[in-house]
Design a protein around this ligand. Structure first.
Ligand code: CTP
Length: 421
């Protein structure tokens, strides 16, 4: 028997001011439109676990698109509606709030394509979800800020358990197998006994081969983005999950070592390069590299994303290029246009310390290197602007990369000696 626990979450203390105000406005819109609104999903889970919250997901008992339109008007946000799914997003100052019509999803046939959507109540909506820990909701109605826990999510959070809600959960959506292990490792939870049993049964039934490859790939991406990527992949290994996709798909110690090395290098890079990069592309390239002699990871996962393939190819090119002795400037100009992801992956898969050193120095020092002198400096020196400028500047920059000058003055002296006689 499920009952609503009367827990006041004291939202004002837990949320930042902006989110709290959004919730207040949503509550006013709900009253005005005579609809009911609830915050749901990962955000509520993270909130009650005192973890930083990410996206805001709102479920509406009523038409979510009409609701979102009204909300967007008030906060002067941008509305993106998906009529087919009865969902809408409102974007304001880079923040996104998703609105969904409370719905009961069902699938045409197991694991195929997109869900049909029917209007229904919050409880049914939550019942369709993956794990109890993700079924918590916060009322944004009369009892503003009250926690709604129909399926024992709070108890499972307390007991540190990942539990599905009904026996067919993994069959209905096989990507939940990967989600279960991702959440378990992320939060340091265990799978419930029954959940683990049903997961193994589903795997033995071959469910992973029935799910669309793209969805599988998206779940793998989420895993590769997690801080605990190594631990999650380790769990996936324990259950031999990838073997259901290909008999030789098992991550061995040497592959884990490459991933670990990438992880350490990524830490260094984030410290030195304030640029954002797709960490999942790095790990993906490494995984593909590990299995290259056995099978093509791209076709096993049926990936349509050719950016991933490109980074993999660039990673290989970098290693081939750096395996020969090169001048510093050659390395610089070769690596400059290469995505950081490919450089980091190349660092991780190589055993050559020369290659490693070249990549470290490029990423740490050279990536942000600016030429000491510009065209303006040449004019100040008395040179007349001409096509020769490009040649002089690139000559100077090459010398700079080679380490011939330590500062701007030395570069200017070089120009004077060579070009001003
Ligand atoms: N969901 C599900 N089955 C899936 C994917 C998602 O039931 N295969 C449900 C989950 O209950 C989840 C909600 O949809 O809470 C939103 O999904 P998502 O945004 O992917 O996950 P979050 O729970 O928000 O978790 P996180 O963002 O931390 O991965």
């Amino acid at each position: 028997i499920h009952k609503t626990l009367k827990v006041d979450l004291k939202l004002k203390n837990k949320l930042d001011e902006k989110t709290y105000n959004f919730f207040k406005i949503i509550s006013e819109v709900a009253l005005k439109l005579k609809m009911k609104a609830y915050a749901v999903g990962g955000m509520v889970r993270d909130l009650v676990m005192d973890m930083p919250i990410k996206d805001i997901d709102i479920v509406i008992e009523g038409n979510a698109i009409i609701f979102a339109k009204e909300f967007a008007n008030i906060i002067e946000g941008k509305l993106i509606a998906h009529n087919e799914f009865k969902t809408a997003s409102v974007i304001k100052d880079g923040e996104k709030i998703d609105f969904a019509t409370a719905r009961q999803e069902y699938y045409d046939e197991v694991s195929s394509g997109l869900p049909h959507v029917e209007e229904s109540s919050l409880k049914l909506d939550l019942y369709r979800r993956d794990f109890t820990i993700n079924t918590l909701a916060i009322s944004l109605n009369e009892s503003f800020g009250e926690l709604i826990d129909y399926f024992g999510g709070m108890k499972d959070i307390k007991d540190k358990k990942i539990r599905i809600l009904h026996n067919l959960s993994f069959i209905e959506d096989p990507t939940r197998v990967l989600r279960a292990l991702r959440f378990a490792e992320k939060f340091n939870f265990l799978l419930g006994q029954q959940t683990e049993k049903l997961m193994k049964n589903a795997l033995d039934l071959g469910v992973l081969n029935t799910v669309s490859k793209n969805r599988l790939f998206l779940e793998l991406n989420l895993i590769l983005k997690e801080e605990k990527v190594v631990e999650i992949l380790g769990r996936i290994n324990d259950y031999k999950i990838f073997k259901y996709l290909h008999k030789e798909f098992y991550i061995d110690e040497s592959c884990f070592a490459l991933i670990e090395s990438a992880k350490d290098f990524v830490k260094m890079c984030t410290f030195f390069c304030p640029v954002t990069f797709k960490i999942e592309a790095i790990y993906f390239s490494i995984l593909k590299f590990c299995f290259r002699k056995k099978f093509n990871l791209i076709s096993v996962l049926g990936i349509i994303d050719d950016k991933m393939e490109k980074i993999y190819q660039q990673m290989l090119q970098i290693n081939v290029f750096l395996s020969k002795k090169r001048k510093k400037s050659e390395v610089y100009f070769f690596l400059k246009p290469m995505p950081l992801e490919a450089q980091i992956a190349a660092f991780s898969i190589t055993r050559s310390s020369f290659v490693k050193d070249a990549l470290i120095s490029h990423i740490r020092d050279l990536q942000s290197t600016k030429p000491f002198i510009s065209g303006k400096d040449l004019i100040v020196l008395g040179l007349k602007p001409s096509t020769a400028f490009g040649k002089i500047l690139s000559d100077c920059f090459e010398r700079q990369i080679e380490g011939d000058f330590a500062n701007k003055q030395e570069a200017i002296d070089y120009v004077k000696n060579k070009y001003l006689n």
